[in-house]
Design a protein around this ligand. Structure first.
Ligand code: PLP
Length: 372
């Protein structure tokens, strides 16, 4: 048996006709950039996330960059964030000449630790960029409280967490703005790159609409410098089709996660994901913490089971950020997670047979003699 980490074809074949019809409609209209499809998707995503507005952009990375640009963040400013995330969370900060200040993670959820955030606040802190890693929101209440006290805006990197909930609130609706990615491997993935920013602040939304289109107020009149980061109509058309299935797909992932929890949770040494009862984890990734991680990874790969390390090098230790002076030991929990965690296949269409095979191989690795 072969089990991929993610099988997008298994999803596509079920919605092929709808997707192709929606794409054909865009081609017939020859309206490719922004336009009515993008406006409709913005409306639907805002509704889905529980925000007033949403702004379609070219990628999740641009969504983060544009939010920081809109806040006027630049040289000398500090942005508090996590070292244990996808690269562009942090590169968006350094691209603007600002300084990422790393707050270590909670070892159970792998999300930024609220007390580390509080300790990192200085009078140069211009934003807190929280990441909802793997599909589970960070512990937002204490972070929002600390930020509120100091008057610091909170941006939610929700690229892995569309539809995730924290005490009844959706990812992207708790801070000033939420950043989403439609990279094909996300729970809501497009047919290429795409992204969205959700916000309840209408002025910010209008500002972001200008910034994504070169900063112009009207055509060829620029009060400030923006970028070209528009969402295209083909992406919006595909995403509008897929958005209708998103909750069912995420529920499928949640079901798969529950089955892994049951089987893997009773193997000595394996830490399955920790989720608070009040929260909805949408499992963009199902990540376990294990002893002998690299050996397990090779064993699974040899057994044709896809698995991956997210992320092997914490960002404070990346070469390109060495000018920040980060060193080993700065964020011990992020460093330990980078050595001990492994993502398993959890996609919606994973069959019970595939899952049994994958879980069985993991059990075999830790109990070679078949003991209980
Ligand atoms: C995917 C992702 C991004 C970047 O999104 P792109 O659309 O690929 O630019 C940023 N942050 C996190 C946490 C992500 O998972």
């Amino acid at each position: 048996m072969k089990v991929k980490l993610l099988d997008l074809t298994a999803q596509y074949v079920k919605i092929r006709n709808e997707v192709m019809e929606a794409v054909a409609e865009v081609f017939e209209s020859q309206y490719f950039i922004l336009g009515p499809k993008v406006a409709e998707l913005e409306k639907r995503v805002a509704e889905y996330c529980g925000t007033k507005d949403a702004v379609g952009v070219a990628s999740g990375s641009d969504a983060i960059l544009l939010c920081l640009m809109a806040l006027g963040i630049g040289t000398g400013d500090e942005v508090i964030t996590t070292p244990y995330t996808f690269f562009s969370t942090v590169s968006s900060i350094t691209r603007l000449g600002a300084r990422p200040v790393f707050a270590d993670i909670d070892p159970e959820t792998y999300n930024i630790d609220p007390s580390a955030v509080t300790n990192a606040i200085t009078d140069r802190t211009k934003a807190i960029l929280v990441v909802h890693l793997y599909g589970q929101t960070a512990d937002m209440d204490p972070i929002l409280k600390a930020a509120g006290t100091s008057g610091i805006p909170v941006i939610e990197d929700s690229c892995q967490a569309i539809g995730a909930e924290y005490r009844g609130r959706r990812a992207g609706s708790m801070g000033l703005a939420g950043c989403f990615s439609f990279f094909p491997s996300k729970n809501l993935g497009g047919a290429g790159d795409g992204g969205m920013i959700t916000t309840g602040d209408e002025e910010l939304a209008e500002h972001l609409r200008r910034l994504r289109n070169h900063g112009g107020r009207e055509r060829y009149c620029h009060d400030e410098v923006g970028i070209n980061s528009r969402l295209d109509a083909v992406q919006a058309a595909v995403l509008l089709v897929k958005l209708r299935y998103l909750d069912a797909w995420s529920d499928g992932r949640i079901g798969n996660a529950a089955r892994y929890d049951e089987v893997l949770g009773c193997i000595d040494g394996i830490a399955t994901p920790v989720v608070s009862e009040e929260n909805r984890h949408i499992y963009n990734q199902y990540v376990i913490r294990v002893p002998r991680r690299d050996e397990l990874r090779s064993f699974l790969q040899d057994s044709d089971i896809g698995c991956e390390i997210y992320y092997p090098v914490p960002l404070h230790l990346q070469k390109c950020f060495s000018f920040l002076g980060g060193a080993e030991g700065d964020c011990p929990e992020a460093e330990r997670a980078a050595l001990e965690t492994l993502a398993l296949p959890v996609f919606t269409e994973l069959t019970p047979e595939m899952q049994e095979y994958a879980a069985g191989k993991i059990a075999e690795f830790y109990r070679p003699d078949g003991s209980e």
